[in-house]
Structures are given as structure tokens and as C-alpha cells.
Design a binder for this molecule. Sequence first.
Ligand SMILES: C[C@](O)(CO)[C@H](O)COP(=O)(O)OP(=O)(O)OC[C@H]1O[C@@H](n2ccc(N)nc2=O)[C@H](O)[C@@H]1O
Ligand SMILES: Nc1ncnc2c1ncn2[C@@H]1O[C@H](COP(=O)(O)OP(=O)(O)OP(=O)(O)O)[C@@H](O)[C@H]1O
Length: 256
Amino acid sequence: MQVSIKSYAKVNIFLKIAGKRENYHEIVSRFVRVKNLYDTISFTPDNETNEFNLIGDFGCKTEDNSIYKAFLELRKYCPKIDAFFRIYNIKVEKNIPEFAGLGGGSSNAAAFLVLANKYFNLYYKKDKLAKIGARIGADVPFFIYEYDSANVTGIGEIVEEFKEEPLNIEVFTPKEIKCHTGKIFTNFRNEFYKEISAKQAKELLDLKSTDILNKLSIEEANDLYLPALKEYPNLKEYAKQGWFFSGSGSSFFKVL
Ligand SMILES: C[C@](O)(CO)[C@H](O)COP(=O)(O)OP(=O)(O)OC[C@H]1O[C@@H](n2ccc(N)nc2=O)[C@H](O)[C@@H]1O
Ligand SMILES: Nc1ncnc2c1ncn2[C@@H]1O[C@H](COP(=O)(O)OP(=O)(O)OP(=O)(O)O)[C@@H](O)[C@H]1O
């Protein structure tokens, strides 16, 4: 019986905005899993609290944790998990930095749903799990599908595998800069707003990740980079030649 799962980080090879949807923005992006940066989530049988018990080094309260939110959503479909998680802990070995544009919270929620689906023999299809996951965070559906590389559109709910050779990605996260996604989208909307055309979007979505990075500058690859720089000017110090910016930051990455 599988009792633990790796919860990988992601980077956005490119991230362009295609439009507005209420308070959110529609994205056109290539997501790639980072194979050497992951948290490990386990179900361990020594919960003595008789209530939901999440163990790990998190910067937020359990009620705000994406894993707890995923548990609450799944419990609506499968009430028996309530009793199970009064006896079992959820233990997380946390390595992915938070506020880093690496999707750590979303990845953890997805990994929990994928592991629970197997552990409790639910046999939910990926599409169903992705719909449940989308209620927790924009990036959760990508992680549910477990693709190494995918084109992601909508507000993250449309995920299409992109077949390409596996990429070896190095990530650098400036520890003292914590990027707040909402604030950066607000800057984008107020001062940097632009939309990618359908034609440009298709061109990027068809290109291999390495070709995209050879073709675009850091500013061209990620529409949130300039709004993030405006909010956190110190980011500039880390923007070395050949490095790109992931999500709403603060992480930089390059393909080795
Ligand atoms: C930009 C990405 O990092 C790309 O991977 C993600 O789509 C961000 O996803 P996330 O961190 O899960 O974002 P959420 O926690 O859902 O949203 C935080 C805030 O960012 C803004 N937001 C987020 C995602 C999106 N597509 N449009 C937005 O405008 C919204 O104001 C939202 O209130
Ligand atoms: N399981 C979790 N792991 C990490 N952070 C979590 C988790 N659950 C909730 N959070 C909270 O979510 C917020 C953002 O964390 P997260 O690591 O997902 O975002 P991020 O680095 O901005 O990723 P991205 O912008 O790519 O979605 C923080 O307030 C963090 O405390």
C-alpha cells in the first residue's frame, strides 16, 4: 500500500496573460515539473490527537493550509476519510520554499488528492480530481495530472500534456523576498496590462521549452516579471544572464 508521495515544484517556462476573468487573469503558460525539488507527503499511523493532524514546517495555520482544504473538499465525496485522519497524521517533509512562484501549496494539495485516491481505492479519474483540486488553487489541476511538461490555459484548469525530452532545471530562490501573487497581479492589471494574441499564444504553445527560452528574454517570457520588479526592486540583483523568472516569483531558473 502506497503511503507516501513526492510533491514536486513547478516552473513556468513562459507565462503570458490572455485576458481578465472577474478578479482573476487568464493565463497561457508552459508548466514544467522540477524533478530535483519536492516535498514528501506521508500518511503515518501515530496520530494521538483524535483530530486532523498536519505535521510539517509551514508558514501558515492548518486551517489555511492547502492540504487541509483538499481534505475538506475530498471529505464531501468520501466521508470515511474523516475517521481515518483522526488516527493517521499527514506528515510533510517541506523543501519547496513558499511565496516563491514554485506552486508549493498547490502541489501539496494535488499530491494529497492523488495519494488519497490510491490509498482509499477511490478510482476517481484525473479529470474529476482536477475539478476538485481547482477549488483549492489555480495551479492544482496541473499537479493532479502528473505531467512532466504541460500547456496550461484558462485560470489553470485547462491542462494539456506537452511531450518533450525531460528538462534538467536549476532553481534559485532569493530567501529574503516573499512575492505575494495577488499584489503582483494587481500591479500587472493597473500598470502593465497587455494581452497575448491567439496567434502568438499558439506559436508559443507549439514550441519546445528550450526553443522558447532561446528565443525570449526574461521580460518577454513572463508578463509578471516587470510588475514583480516594481514591487520588489531587489529582485533585479538576482536576474543573471540566462536565468528566467517563474510564476509571480521570487524564483529564477535555468535549464542545464
Ligand atoms: C501565476 C501562477 O503562479 C502561475 O503558475 C499561478 O497561477 C498563481 O496561482 P496561485 O498562487 O494558486 O494563486 P491564488 O492563490 O489562486 O491567487 C492569489 C491572487 O492572485 C490573483 N490571480 C491568481 C491567479 C490568476 N490566474 N489570476 C489572478 O489574478 C488573484 O487576485 C488572486 O486572489
Ligand atoms: N501546503 C502548503 N505549502 C506551502 N504553502 C502553503 C501551503 N498551504 C498554504 N500555504 C500558503 O500559501 C501561500 C503561498 O504559498 P505557495 O508556496 O503555494 O505559493 P507560491 O510560492 O506563491 O506559488 P505560486 O505563485 O507558484 O502558486 C502562503 O501564504 C503559504 O503559507
